[in-house]
Write a protein that binds this ligand. Structure first.
Ligand SMILES: Cc1cc2nc3c(=O)[nH]c(=O)nc-3n(C[C@H](O)[C@H](O)[C@H](O)COP(=O)(O)OP(=O)(O)OC[C@H]3O[C@@H](n4cnc5c(N)ncnc54)[C@H](O)[C@@H]3O)c2cc1C
Length: 482
């Protein structure tokens, strides 16, 4: 079922206590807490109202709810393509709803390295609890689906560790932001405007005083929107929060430290019928090589299958009629590489760059080899890694001697769906964009509330951490406000 949002049909000026830009997990948690405390909150979202009746990766859904049809590239010697949600609920509407906590020892390490006050595994635990309860995340107690079962079989044969992951759903489907926190906040007075893109924040001294936005009406006509507010939370995601701040003249430590989880996929062919497109994502992962490498199952749709075949049509065309015997799995790494976001006058989208380090490529190589071992152990007959011009591996082939694996940076097609850390929070003013609670340094009423704040790559799915940090920071904001 969709969510009620308001569309603008003429030029308009709003006033509110708090303006939130972006309606993904960070923005939704923030809105829910603020309205529950009686504040007049307006939320502006660039994308359309989401509709959970659409399959998350159908062609129609890709066009409507994913930014740039799901394919944007971070440029570098090897580009890394990434996907983002662009709709009410942000990435939570199109994601796989796998919910994980960042390990406590890593949170403790960040507290130390970035000098983050009142932070760490123990300090964040209650905020995780609250976030996870709100979206009903739990381990499915039923039997594993066939895609999980293949991983479990492969891992058992190799004596590797495999873990069940929590998912947030219930009998009605995925517990995205539009199905949970935004819905609740709307009943408590949140005003939510969709298809309204904020272009610029206007500052006077240390205060943000207004924003200028452009809204599109149901006929596609554009209208100007101005909003005056007392406080502003920017929750436009790890790419668009820094892009908006840079466009608005705020630059210190903004957009210079983008992190992500580079991932390489492999298409596997099995002798038996798999019908991967009929299953939701496998909520299992091989955790033997964590925290650096995780192996798991990717969403499988005809479009993604076609893209994989196109990487080397000559050697993969014979699979065209074998779609029901194929599945796509991935190796994801916790990278050390860093990217940057640039706002360029005249361009609607920011320019994003990312550079994988030598260690990152070693991890991707190791991950891909481990993935192929796993899939052959699970019974695959052929494996086609996401490397342009790769003719694939057959059972019993000596994969380690493959020159294309050695020369991965030249041919591999890494991608990611996990992006963060572009405006890290912490007491270390030299490295961080915001203080320990998300307030931008040297500004008085301007906060960030999304994946941008996570100091470094968590190595696990990020949504729960985004929600837990947003919850912690908004509670701190309310406490200071009295
Ligand atoms: C395909 C896919 C699968 C994923 N699977 C998982 C998973 O299983 N588990 C998990 O933990 N994570 C997953 N993720 C990642 C997770 O969804 C994101 O980390 C999370 O949604 C980020 O939350 P956020 O609040 O930072 O921003 P987002 O969710 O990106 O929300 C930001 C919102 O701001 C809006 N916006 C941007 N700029 C403007 C502007 N100028 N004006 C107005 N609005 C603007 C955007 O349209 C967007 O809706 C997945 C992501 C994708 C793409």
């Amino acid at each position: 079922m969709g969510i009620e949002s308001f569309r603008i049909s003429e030029p308009i000026t709003f006033e509110c206590d708090v303006l939130i830009i972006g309606s993904g997990p960070g923005g939704a948690v923030t809105a829910c807490e603020l309205v529950a405390h009686g504040l007049d909150v307006l939320m502006l979202e660039e994308g359309p109202a989401s509709d959970s009746s659409q399959s998350i990766s159908s062609a129609k859904s890709l066009q409507k709810f994913w930014r740039n049809n799901g394919l944007t590239a971070a440029l570098g010697r090897t580009p890394v393509s990434y996907a983002e949600g662009r709709c009410v609920g942000g990435g939570s509407e199109i994601n796989s709803a796998i919910i994980q906590r960042t390990p406590g020892n890593l949170l403790d390490q960040w507290a130390k390295d970035y000098d983050i006050q009142d932070f760490g595994g123990a300090a964040l635990a209650p905020y995780y609890d609250k976030a996870i309860k709100a979206i009903n995340a739990r381990i499915n107690s039923g039997p594993p689906n066939p895609l999980s079962q293949l991983m479990i079989n492969g891992a058992a044969a190799l004596n590797w560790k495999v873990s069940a992951l929590e998912r947030s759903d219930d009998a009605h489907g995925k517990r995205s932001m539009s199905a949970t926190l935004l819905r609740k906040a709307l009943t408590q007075g949140l005003r939510l405007v969709s298809e309204c893109r904020v272009n610029k924040i206007i500052f006077k001294g240390k205060q943000a005083i207004s924003i200028k936005a452009t809204a599109e009406d149901v006929h596609g006509r554009k209208h100007s929107v101005i909003v005056f507010f007392k406080d502003i939370f920017i929750a436009a995601g790890a790419v668009h929060t820094p892009a908006l701040l840079l466009r608005s003249g705020i630059k210190k430590n903004i957009g210079r430290t983008l992190r992500l989880h580079p991932t390489l996929k492999a298409l596997a062919h099995f002798p038996q019928l798999i019908e991967a497109h009929k299953h939701v994502l496998a909520p299992h992962a091989v955790t033997e090589f964590m925290p650096d490498i995780r192996l798991g199952c990717s969403v499988f749709r005809p479009g993604f299958f076609g893209m994989s075949l196109a990487e080397d049509w000559q050697h993969r065309a014979h699979l065209e009629a074998e779609i029901d015997h194929c599945a796509i799995y991935y190796a994801m790494i916790r990278a050390q590489g860093v990217g940057r976001i640039y706002s360029i006058a005249g361009l609607r989208d920011p320019l994003v760059t990312f550079k994988l380090t030598g260690r990152d490529w070693d991890l991707l190589r190791r991950g891909l080899l481990a993935l192929s071992q796993l899939l052959f152990a699970a019974g695959a007959t052929e494996i086609f890694p996401s490397i342009t011009g790769h003719s694939g591996w057959r059972r019993d082939q000596l994969i380690t001697a493959d020159p294309l694996i050695e020369n991965l940076p030249a041919n591999a097609n890494p991608f990611t769906i996990h992006i963060f850390s572009s405006c890290p929070m912490g007491g270390d003013k030299e490295r961080c964009a915001t203080n320990s609670f998300g307030k931008i340094y040297d500004l008085e009423n301007t906060y960030i509330a999304d994946a941008s704040l996570i100091p470094e790559a968590p190595g696990v799915n990020p949504q729960a951490t985004i929600m837990a940090i947003a919850e912690r920071n908004v509670q701190h904001f309310l406490k200071l406000r009295g």
